[in-house]
Every structure is written in C-alpha cells, then in structure tokens.
Design a protein. Structure first.
Length: 405
C-alpha cells in the first residue's frame, strides 16, 4: 500500500523558473537549461511511490538532488511543479495551517547534525516536539521515556548532550522524532557524521527499531553500502533525476544504464546478497507422513543420498540419509527416530560473506529457513562461489547434483 506518492515533482532555483520548467517538459538536459536560463534544476521530474512500513533509500553523489528532494516532501522547500501525496492528500496544495498539522502529526525529520539543545537534558530534548504541540507534561514525559527506552537511552535521560558520544546524540535525535509517533520519518544523511563503526551500529539499531515500530522511512545517503544494507528499495539519483528504483539486488544485477552500472561496479556483492538470493530448492521428506520406503524412492528419483526432514508445517527437523532410511525400514522404525537433528542452517537474510566459512566446513549443503524456522531452500558451495565470483554455476556440475538435498 502506497503511503507516499510523488508525481512529476520538479524544483527549479533561479529567476527564469517558468522557462526552465518548460524546458524540463521538453526533456532538455540540466546543463542545457542552466546555459539558456541561468536556472538550476534541483529535482527533475521525479516520480515514485513509497510503500507503508518500508525503508526507502534515496541516494546519489553530492549535487545529485537527494537532499533537495527530501525537503520537498515536507515542503521545507517549495516545489516548482508536481504533486506530493501522503495518504492520497496532496500536500503540495495545502495551505500553511494544513501543512502545519501534517508536520505535527504525520511526518518528522532527523538531520545529519543532531540539533539537540545543549541546555536541556536528554529527556527534555526528547520531549521538545511534544511540548511545541501542547501535549500535557505528564503525557509527553511518558511518551519521551518510551521513545528513549526503545532506543536504549532511558538510563541517560537526566544527562546533557555534551555528556554523550556522537552516536548516542544521534540516537537521541531519532528518539525525539519517534516520540511524536509520526507515520513517516525523513532521515537526511542522518549517520554521515558518525565514525564508521558507530555508523554501522546505528544502521543495526535502525533496522532493529524498525522491526518494532514499523514506520515508513525515507532515508537519504551518499553511501551505496549503507543504502544496500538498510534499504528495502533504493532510488539512485544523478543531476536531479531518478536513474533507477529497485531493490539492492535489482540495481546490482540489472543496472538501468551505464551510470548505474559504473556506480555499483565496485560493490562487494558478498556483503549484499543473502542466502535467499542464492539458494536452490531442497529435496525433502515429511516425517509426519512419509515412511522409509517413500523416502528411499524419492532419493532414487532425485539421485541424492540425503533428504532434509520437515513436518507438515515445513519446519526443519533434521536430515535423513539413505543408510538411516534403510535402517528404519529394516527395524520398522518411524523416520523421526533415525533422522540427524544436527543440521547446519542459516536464516534467509544471512549475508553470503557470512555463509562462506560455514559451508566450507560443512559436509552437507546449508538449510535456509525463514522467521518461523520453515525450510525454504538450501545453499550449495557452487552457489556461494558463483555469488563471490559473479560467475554462473553449471547446473549440470557434479556438485550441483550430488550436494543438493
């Protein structure tokens, strides 16, 4: 479901804005427009949708228009043309009072510089937005404390900003935004000023926090690795235009043009692709239904010597070898009595870079499971090597046949 919808949004800076807008409609280049009018097109005919509850990353190099675009979304910068819909209401056409209500209740922003008041405590800083809205003191304190608790900062509520590290100050800025309980959170280069280690920790915390609060987040960054790490989808910008929108894998594997291809060519794919991206189907036996003869027949048909054991809900229970199935048939045992429960498994979102060492030491493929521990596939060595080398694995290779279970 679309939470934010942007249609043909353009921002022109300069005196001859109408002439520049006409040239935009004629698909003239940004350079041609500035040469003929002296006006700069900050955002060029941008259209996109952001789904409710997703992290939508807008990224690009300096001067690409990404920060201008995010400020258009809450009209900190006024658009030259186009529409901005939030829940199907066009905020581009709202008056000042209507816009003020949207900013107070639906949308909030976290900036790169933390913007904390040095004379206020952490709790008082977190309460600030609620105080401006006129929320009663007791209620705003409770909501601010809850936001700080969600961010792991409640024990620091009586301290002042200069007593906290840069990363902790940014977490306070995030808590302050969330205390207002906005439906949409805009984050403009929110982690760019932080040291690399702290920045990664903040990315982790944002993802964990999103699991709990499920906000619609529009996140601006110039760092492709950050975009790939946290974004459900990514919009890549150049010269005010959106070059491509898609998942990280879409952009890496199917770049829309030469600019995108060059932009992503140096990305370490092992730190982007996950187990779900490289897994293959698993050969299984349902130990609540199948007997040893059924299991052995399946092994013969699929030309494998092992099956993964699942129950009716497809939850992973272990593995079954041909030898164990024959033992069960000989001794008239149910399959659940002879399966090996020590199966190496990984979550579907495990990065390929974290899988390599696991599968290197594993005698069998790795089972891939979802959040409910249901089996959804297996990872074989060939898939990992292909992902790391960006090569195609021969489907008829010996490993692809004998290792798949």
């Amino acid at each position: 479901m679309s939470k934010v919808r942007v249609e043909h949004l353009t921002k022109v800076f300069g005196k001859k804005s109408q002439q520049a807008l006409a040239m935009v409609r004629e698909n003239k280049s940004k350079n041609e427009i500035v040469e003929k009018t002296g006006a700069t097109v900050g955002v060029y005919d941008a259209s996109f949708e952001v789904n409710e509850g997703e992290i939508f990353v807008i990224m690009g190099l300096s001067g690409s228009g990404k920060s201008t675009l995010i400020r258009l979304l809450n009209r900190l910068i006024e658009p030259s043309s186009g529409d901005i819909y939030i829940d199907d209401e066009d905020i581009a056409k709202m008056n000042k009072e209507e816009l003020r209500e949207v900013r107070r209740h639906k949308i909030n922003m976290v900036f790169q510089n933390f913007g904390l008041f040095p004379q206020r405590t952490i709790l008082e800083n977190t309460e600030y937005g609620l105080e401006v809205r006129g929320v009663p003191k007791e209620e705003r304190r409770q909501r601010a404390e809850q936001a700080l608790d969600n961010s792991g900062l409640l024990s620091f509520k009586d301290q002042y900003p200069n007593q906290l590290s840069g990363g902790m100050q940014q977490r306070v800025g995030l808590a302050r935004a969330l205390a207002n309980d906005p439906e949409i959170l805009l984050m403009d280069e929110a982690f760019s000023a932080l040291d690399p280690l702290i920045r990664r920790e903040m990315q982790d915390e944002l993802l964990e926090l999103q699991q709990r609060v499920q906000k619609t987040i529009i996140f601006i960054t110039h760092d492709l690795n950050e975009a790939l790490r946290i974004g459900d989808r990514i919009a890549l910008m150049k010269d005010g235009q959106i070059m491509q929108i898609g998942t990280g894998e879409d952009i890496l594997t199917n770049p829309a043009n030469e600019f995108v291809r060059e932009f992503v060519e140096d990305v370490d794919r092992s730190k982007v692709l996950t187990a779900q991206n490289i897994m293959v189907p698993a050969f299984t036996t349902n130990i609540e239904i199948d007997g040893p003869n059924v299991a052995l027949q399946r092994m013969r048909k699929e030309e494998v010597s092992m099956l993964l054991a699942v129950d009716r809900k497809r939850q992973l229970k272990g593995s079954l070898t041909a030898e164990s199935a024959r033992e069960a048939r000989k001794n008239e045992l149910p399959l659940k009595e002879v399966i090996d429960k020590n199966v190496q498994k990984v979550h579907k979102d495990t990065l390929v870079s974290d899988i390599f060492n696991l599968i290197y030491d594993s005698p069998t493929p790795l089972a891939v499971v979802d959040d409910q521990d249901r089996l959804i596939g297996v990872v074989i060595r060939g898939s990992v090597i292909a992902a790391l080398s960006d090569a195609t694995v021969n489907d008829d290779s010996e490993e692809g046949v004998t290792a798949n279970v």
